[in-house]
Design a protein around this ligand. Structure first.
Ligand SMILES: Cc1ncc(COP(=O)(O)O)c(C=O)c1O
Length: 475
């Protein structure tokens, strides 16, 4: 008799009743649904800023709204879209994966693609022997904290002021922005933040010999602050001296963003643990990777008994791994890592060229396609009045006064870079064209011209933002 159980069944695809296209037909309800069923503050904030657009399509560096208006996306989903949206290789890979119907998430299995991706990552990583996969950036941070504690048998973690490492409890404990911690009660004990570039403060903590790890971003995402040359190398040496592990959080800076595959390559660092996520996903399937030494893996997974002592259900997702493999291929074969530098140099040069004309334009910082534009208090009396008034009412409003007209009048999506900072941030997809760069620079110049006219110009917008902020505080 024929063994029918051993025959592979045909793929099941047909189901006619459910159509996601039909769900999309109700797009006009998106803000109502969020107001009613999700975090109701988000639609309120978007409405106040005039950011309540109904984006219906994305491709490469562009978005389109329901009226067919095109937007240039310089936010990249907080750094997810290094390749731009729906890169053809990413789409082809995902389609192939769906057609293949790979035996995904069997769990009691060693999936082929995750192993392949681990190998490709290790071949490119400045340090590390093994990879643990996660689904998000914060999960990579949580994992690194646990791995560091298990390896050193120490409890404390030191990080840098102004750092951002994610919003889960462990990540929040090493967060350098107080406002995110407020209201969430007790976090991990013994976590300390020291100022960037302050080696004495760091050594004072490390000297206590109870610090499991020093965690840092090679370039801080909030504000785009770049450590002084040599600081991270010296910090690494201090950590070695006192038996503390180093964790480089490359969740945002990794995967070509700064003009190298890993930003730590600029300083020749060899961290004990490196974290990547965001762009590794190709923008479609969430993923993250914790790259660590064999010694660290052997400390955590110390016996067969402890084989799954740290794991997560979606960690070894073949779809994520396929996206990671395709992302690395595109970055390297389409020269996008070099392109990050080309884009960054043109943007920074164009922005610096505007400085003599605009007194509120301060430092332009960045590496590759990760750029911070800082605004500074003006010298001229009338502008100073507007600046002081706005800052007295709310220290976070000025950069909003810049990003709002960029979107409203020019269809350019950017972000402010953290509460209480006069900084906006550009994270363009690495496929941004020369025309896009020219368009951004021209548009930004017009916005600056308006911002430098007081009274009038953009300051009426500032006034209405201040009013909205005051009435929110009062309510
Ligand atoms: C440097 C860094 N680490 C960690 C995270 C957290 O990543 P996720 O939002 O995926 O949890 C972020 C997110 O912006 C980040 O920029």
């Amino acid at each position: 008799m024929e063994n029918t159980a051993s025959k592979m069944p045909p793929a099941r695809i047909e189901s006619t009743d459910f159509s996601i296209r039909k769900v999309f037909e109700n797009q006009y309800q998106r803000f109502e649904n969020h107001s009613q069923y999700m975090n109701p503050q988000l639609p309120k904030v978007l409405k106040t800023l005039g950011f309540d657009k109904s984006y219906v399509r994305g491709e490469a560096q562009y978005l389109w709204d329901q009226d067919g208006k095109r937007y240039l996306d310089l936010l990249s989903g907080y750094g997810v879209y290094n390749l731009g949206r729906y890169h053809p290789v990413i789409v082809k890979t995902l389609r192939e994966m769906l057609d293949l119907q790979d035996a995904n998430l069997v769990q009691m299995d060693c999936p082929h693609l995750t192993g392949e991706l681990a190998k490709e990552i290790i071949q490119r990583s400045p340090s590390g022997d093994r990879v643990y996969f996660t689904s998000t950036g914060a999960e990579t941070v949580e994992t690194a904290i646990k791995f560091a504690k298990a390896t050193t048998r120490r409890d404390r973690i030191v990080s840098l002021k102004k750092a951002f490492h994610g919003l889960t409890v462990g990540a929040l404990s090493v967060m350098g922005n107080e406002e995110f911690r407020e209201g969430f009660g007790g976090l991990l004990s013994g976590c300390e933040q020291v100022a960037m570039n302050d080696l004495n403060a760091l050594e004072n903590e490390l000297k206590k010999k109870d610090v499991a790890a020093f965690v840092f971003e090679p370039i801080q995402g909030k504000g785009v602050f770049i450590p002084e040359a040599g600081f991270l190398k010296a910090a690494e040496e201090l950590c070695h001296k006192y038996g503390t592990l180093t964790i480089a959080d490359e969740v945002q800076t990794g995967m070509g963003r700064t003009g190298k595959m890993f930003a730590i390559e600029y300083e020749g660092l060899k961290p004990d643990i490196i974290l990547i996520s965001k762009a590794l996903s190709g923008g479609l399937v969430p993923t993250g990777a914790v790259i660590a030494s064999d010694k660290i893996f052997k400390s955590v997974f110390s016996s067969m008994d402890r084989c799954v002592v740290h794991s997560s259900t979606f960690g070894k997702n073949s779809l994520s791994a396929a996206m990671g493999l395709a992302t690395i291929w595109v970055l390297e074969n389409e020269g996008l890592i070099e392109q990050a530098n080309v884009i960054g140099e043109k943007l920074i040069a164009g922005l610096n060229a505007m400085k003599p004309e605009f007194e509120m334009l301060g430092e332009i910082r960045g590496r590759g396609a990760m750029i911070g534009i800082e605004f500074i208090s003006p010298r001229s009396l009338s502008l100073k009045m507007g600046w002081n008034l706005l800052h007295t009412l709310d220290k976070s409003l000025f950069p909003q006064m810049i990003i709002i007209p960029l979107l409203r009048d020019f269809g350019i999506l950017t972000q402010t870079s953290g509460k209480g900072q006069d900084i906006i941030k550009l994270l363009p997809p690495l496929v941004m064209s020369d025309d896009d760069i020219d368009y951004f620079l021209k548009s930004f110049r017009t916005v600056l011209e308006l911002a430098h006219k007081f009274p009038g110009g953009l300051w009426d917008l500032g006034k209405s933002l201040a009013k909205a902020s005051l009435s929110e505080k009062a309510s």
